[in-house]
Design a binder for this molecule. Structure first.
Ligand code: TXA
Ligand code: MG
Length: 322
């Protein structure tokens, strides 16, 4: 299959909507990362997503809607916490997990009773959903376990020949995937940290749990450790001094190391000292350093605070071996 890359206009949106309605795949920009969209109500179309990504069937996908009101199509219940969170953060980088309606095929939810829904804060994403006339099942538009795409060229690098079309809407402003919150229990539970931080959620709906730190509670099925990884090994350094020490060690061993850190005098890529700006640049930086020039990528970890939780989560996954 030839993958066509189109800039966004009325004509290409119309064409993309046609592809979706015919059961095909279209990669499109959102405010977080590029998504790989299919008609969420068509099991065969969603199966193409899993095939193109090499995604395990145990990992459910997020359903994207153009408006808050459209959740009734895919949610069987809309708990109070979901209503509050959607009111405050939609459109935006927040995904809520709620009981699914009968209209949602099993393949979307990995046969589970819940569905993850979000309303993206991106004009192209919402225009495409509206033009297609159906909610879009869309994981990030990359091969499974690889780095997520924040530009059309990242999508092309990973999925060329495997999908019908890429709508090029320029770089994503958010840069990392949405916060995923399960609101089916007594207390909202963060399954995946993102740009909407725990304190931001708590200001709207009271105390929240964080999966992975709650004893006995399983994480989201798709949250295997290795994910969002470049081909080049990533080594994490807890401090700038440790990053320097590692760099010198590798240099001594004739290992070509790149450093992603905060000190512009030392780092190969100096990163912004603000979590939102760091997130925006993170995947693009790793994509860029992952072109074969380096044997490893040393990353100086940002501080262990709620504001940096999502960035740290993605860095730990990028460095995970499996
Ligand atoms: O920002 C984003 O969320 C991007 C853009 C394209 O919207 N999408 C994205 O999708 O990151 P994906 O498939 O790469 O990640 C979806 C995450 C996975 O960790 C998956 O396990 C979780 O959401 N998830 C999906 N449905 C779920 C469900 N019913 N229950 C629990 N977790 C779910
Ligand atoms: Mg993904």
């Amino acid at each position: 299959m030839e993958t066509i890359v189109q800039t966004v206009d009325e004509e290409s949106l119309h064409q993309a909507a046609e592809v979706i309605r015919a059961g095909g795949l279209v990669a499109f920009p959102t405010e977080t990362v590029y998504g790989l969209g299919a008609n969420a109500l068509d099991a065969a179309a969603v199966a193409h997503i899993f095939a193109a990504k090499g995604r395990p069937a145990t990992n459910p996908v997020i359903v994207h809607v153009a408006d808050r009101g459209d959740v009734t199509q895919v949610a069987a219940q809309w708990p109070e916490a979901a209503a509050r969170l959607a009111e405050r953060f939609w459109p935006g980088p927040l995904t809520v997990v709620v009981p699914k309606s009968a209209a949602v095929p099993d393949i979307v939810t990995a046969a589970g009773p819940t569905v993850a829904i979000r309303c993206p804060d991106h004009a192209v994403a919402r225009a495409l959903i509206r033009a297609a006339g159906v909610p879009l099942a869309a994981p990030s538009a990359n091969r499974s376990t690889e780095l997520s795409p924040t530009r059309a060229e990242h999508v092309l690098k990973s999925l060329n020949g495997r999908i019908a079309m890429i709508l090029d809407g320029g770089p994503c402003s958010g840069g990392i995937e949405s916060t995923v919150v399960d609101v089916t229990g007594d207390r909202p539970r963060i399954l995946r940290p993102g740009l909407i931080t725990a304190p931001m959620l708590e200001a709207v709906c009271g105390a929240v749990d964080v999966a992975g730190t709650t004893p006995g509670v399983a994480r989201s099925p798709g949250l295997m450790a290795k994910h969002y990884s470049p081909q080049t090994p990533v080594v994490l350094a807890p401090t700038a001094a440790e990053a320097k020490r590692l760099y010198q060690h590798f240099q001594h061993a004739s290992t070509r190391a790149a450093v992603v850190g905060f000190d512009p005098r030392f780092a190969t890529r100096a990163m912004p000292n603000d979590p939102r700006l760091y997130a925006r640049d993170l995947y693009a930086t790793l994509h860029e350093l992952d072109d074969g020039r380096f044997d490893c990528i040393i990353v100086e970890l940002p501080p262990d605070t709620p504001a940096w939780a999502a960035v740290r989560d993605r860095l730990f996954r990028a460095a995970a071996k499996n």
